[in-house]
Design a protein around this ligand. Sequence first.
Ligand SMILES: *[C@@H]1O[C@H](CO)[C@@H](O)[C@H](O)[C@H]1NC(C)=O
Ligand SMILES: *[C@@H]1O[C@H](CO)[C@@H](O)[C@H](O)[C@H]1NC(C)=O
Ligand SMILES: *[C@@H]1O[C@H](CO)[C@@H](O)[C@H](O)[C@H]1NC(C)=O
Ligand SMILES: *[C@@H]1O[C@H](CO)[C@@H](O)[C@H](O)[C@H]1NC(C)=O
Ligand SMILES: *[C@@H]1O[C@H](CO)[C@@H](O)[C@H](O)[C@H]1NC(C)=O
Ligand SMILES: *[C@@H]1O[C@H](CO)[C@@H](O)[C@H](O)[C@H]1NC(C)=O
Ligand SMILES: *[C@@H]1O[C@H](CO)[C@@H](O)[C@H](O)[C@H]1NC(C)=O
Ligand SMILES: *[C@@H]1O[C@H](CO)[C@@H](O)[C@H](O)[C@H]1NC(C)=O
Ligand SMILES: *[C@@H]1O[C@H](CO)[C@@H](O)[C@H](O)[C@H]1NC(C)=O
Ligand SMILES: *[C@@H]1O[C@H](CO)[C@@H](O)[C@H](O)[C@H]1NC(C)=O
Ligand SMILES: *[C@@H]1O[C@H](CO)[C@@H](O)[C@H](O)[C@H]1NC(C)=O
Ligand SMILES: *[C@@H]1O[C@H](CO)[C@@H](O)[C@H](O)[C@H]1NC(C)=O
Length: 602
Amino acid sequence: MQRLLALVAVAALLGLRPALATDPYAFFDWDVSYVTAAPLGVKQQASIFRPVIGINGKFPGPVVNVSTNWNVVVNVLNDLDEPLLITWNGIQHRKNCWQDGVLGTNCPIPSGWNWTYEFQVKDQIGSFFYFPSTGLQRAAGGFGGIVVNNRDVIAVPFGRPDGDITIFIGDWYNKNHTDLRKMLDKGKDIGMPDGVLINGKGPYRYNDSLVPAGIEYETFNVHPGRTYRIRVHNVGTSTSLNFRIQGHNVVLVETEGSYTSQQNYTNLDVHVGQSYSFLVTMDQNASSDYYVVASARQVNESLWRRVTGVAVLRYSNSRGAASGPLPDPPQDQNDRTFSMNQARSVRWNLSAGAARPNPQGSFRYSSINVTQAYLLRSTAPVSIDGRRRATLNGLSYAPPETPLRLADAYGVKGVYTLDFPERPLKGAPRIARSVINGTYRGFMELIFQNNDTRMQSYHMDGYAFFVVGMDYGEWTEDSRGTYNKGDGVARSTIQVYPGAWAAVLVSLDNVGVWNVRSENLDSWYLGQEVYVRVVNPEDTGNKTEMAIPDNALYCGQLHKYQKEQTPHHKMGVSAAAPRSLSLARQLVAAALLLAGSFVLAP
Ligand SMILES: *[C@@H]1O[C@H](CO)[C@@H](O)[C@H](O)[C@H]1NC(C)=O
Ligand SMILES: *[C@@H]1O[C@H](CO)[C@@H](O)[C@H](O)[C@H]1NC(C)=O
Ligand SMILES: *[C@@H]1O[C@H](CO)[C@@H](O)[C@H](O)[C@H]1NC(C)=O
Ligand SMILES: *[C@@H]1O[C@H](CO)[C@@H](O)[C@H](O)[C@H]1NC(C)=O
Ligand SMILES: *[C@@H]1O[C@H](CO)[C@@H](O)[C@H](O)[C@H]1NC(C)=O
Ligand SMILES: *[C@@H]1O[C@H](CO)[C@@H](O)[C@H](O)[C@H]1NC(C)=O
Ligand SMILES: *[C@@H]1O[C@H](CO)[C@@H](O)[C@H](O)[C@H]1NC(C)=O
Ligand SMILES: *[C@@H]1O[C@H](CO)[C@@H](O)[C@H](O)[C@H]1NC(C)=O
Ligand SMILES: *[C@@H]1O[C@H](CO)[C@@H](O)[C@H](O)[C@H]1NC(C)=O
Ligand SMILES: *[C@@H]1O[C@H](CO)[C@@H](O)[C@H](O)[C@H]1NC(C)=O
Ligand SMILES: *[C@@H]1O[C@H](CO)[C@@H](O)[C@H](O)[C@H]1NC(C)=O
Ligand SMILES: *[C@@H]1O[C@H](CO)[C@@H](O)[C@H](O)[C@H]1NC(C)=O
């Protein structure tokens, strides 16, 4: 309590927005810089040290641990040699897309500059994560957890856990992110990852011939008999991972801000960009440590064996190291419904309270009429004007130099078009800056149809959507008959199996410009994203949307409004060049980076 009061007092002293001053503030100071690491070990001849993005020197970054309605203030210093934006996966930024940290809403923070995010985790609970959103930077790290706790007055639908553990799983490449970017720019595939990291660390040496010696691995220290809440995030580039703990069941309790119907699993597929929290009881004997495993899924798993992360669960009374083979992944090579059925089994707990005192299920989504429906079809990468690009409905998005929301605020015309097609376009795919015209207070159906041969997941900023259905084959109007009309879970990231569709419903009550994207970094980088613009035509007084923040950065057609900031690198990076770059040059560099070096003809 004393800490809360202190925070409120500090907020008052700093004279922050009075409207929010009744809710506590949490302040963070982040220096985002490269650290050098070799999480998958160093080979004798070819050293595989590479730059990793750390926050205050740490990889992964710190956990933002706050409660519903708190205000979060993060002062980010960009100590990298390239522009930076941090986005907050699953945080809704109600009325405030200005803080979303994607190119449609924000100019990137130039190298050597700082920028302060300030947002409220309004009416939210649950497990989320943040990451750098542009230029494939997440493949270099820069991510960390966000925990939004229930307010004290609202009961959590399970007993208080004895501990809270955040786990990041994700595929990893020995190549650095600038090299990966170059491959994509040259039209190449980035290929199979070199491994899977768990909390930024390589695999435990469970097998001498498969894992080299000398790799640092993660250990989770626990006490027998206790129950822990484990929050698992797939922060990788593009690989779906099966998460399991040897000898232990995990009880799924929450996903991306919704309490789920509690269910036991021996393993669960966690797709790129997804977050789950589980309760795990340490109910096994401690004759040895146990493996914590994240292994590649929806690929040829025997070919992809090296893409496996292994950490160690160690009871305080453990009598020895873990040994023997890893626990088996699901044996479903000939059953493509297994993973999808598992996904369908994730349901909303209708009676649980969440951010507000009323139960989650009091919003009856099935009684609301759909006002807009978009079928978003993805395919394998295509060639557009001789470049390899990824599309939705035949359009490959190229971010304009002026962020969409900023262009709107200043009445800059012609930056984008509001004509995103409701169905896949016929004819040749093309580059576009086409945006979905969302109707404020409308109810939108989004159907993701994956015509590619690999797994995808899609995320929407600013909202949680209701997952109402998924199946193999082509979606048709009749598919609506199969929708879950009662307890489809509300979340922000949905997996879409190859050759299958997934349908979600979203209530457009949050004004702003919101990113819908492939969470697979390579597809996203190659243009598989779109924005939904939601405007309240009647708003004349900053009621349904917050005003542009005082510290907004300006770029593109609005760069003349930007004041120079004296670059203040703290730690210093080895490359000295960026420090001497003028703002103008940085903005050009930023624009190139953003567009995946794709420059649109005017
Ligand atoms: C996070 O915050 C909650 C509530 O303030 C507190 O109970 C918990 O111990 C914190 N967790 C960590 C890991 O700091
Ligand atoms: C940069 O950081 C300093 C403190 O380190 C802060 O006073 C200033 O407001 C920050 N600038 C921006 C634009 O956020
Ligand atoms: C749903 O939430 C209620 C209310 O908190 C809780 O008592 C119940 O156990 C939960 N049910 C399931 C199946 O998770
Ligand atoms: C990535 O590695 C290449 C060499 O393979 C190097 O030229 C480049 O500077 C590295 N990128 C960073 C950010 O260090
Ligand atoms: C290690 O992996 C190799 C290759 O898959 C396998 O042949 C061997 O039996 C494994 N060793 C142990 C001790 O499990
Ligand atoms: C999960 O399984 C364990 C043992 O198999 C059982 O004790 C527990 O009650 C189950 N929990 C739920 C929520 O089903
Ligand atoms: C502990 O459990 C393992 C696996 O179930 C079993 O093989 C072993 O005998 C048990 N050890 C003790 C001391 O109970
Ligand atoms: C997976 O790869 C192995 C090794 O190349 C091959 O023998 C097997 O047929 C492949 N399985 C499938 C389902 O393609
Ligand atoms: C939904 O549409 C039906 C048929 O057009 C109409 O009868 C009903 O009143 C509508 N429901 C709502 C909540 O608007
Ligand atoms: C966008 O939708 C609104 C209704 O929400 C409509 O009034 C407007 O004309 C549409 N704009 C365009 C360009 O289609
Ligand atoms: C992609 O679409 C074509 C044409 O509808 C269809 O024949 C093919 O099976 C689809 N492939 C996948 C993986 O969905
Ligand atoms: C909206 O907020 C901006 C910035 O605080 C202010 O300049 C403007 O006057 C406000 N508009 C209205 C109608 O209150």
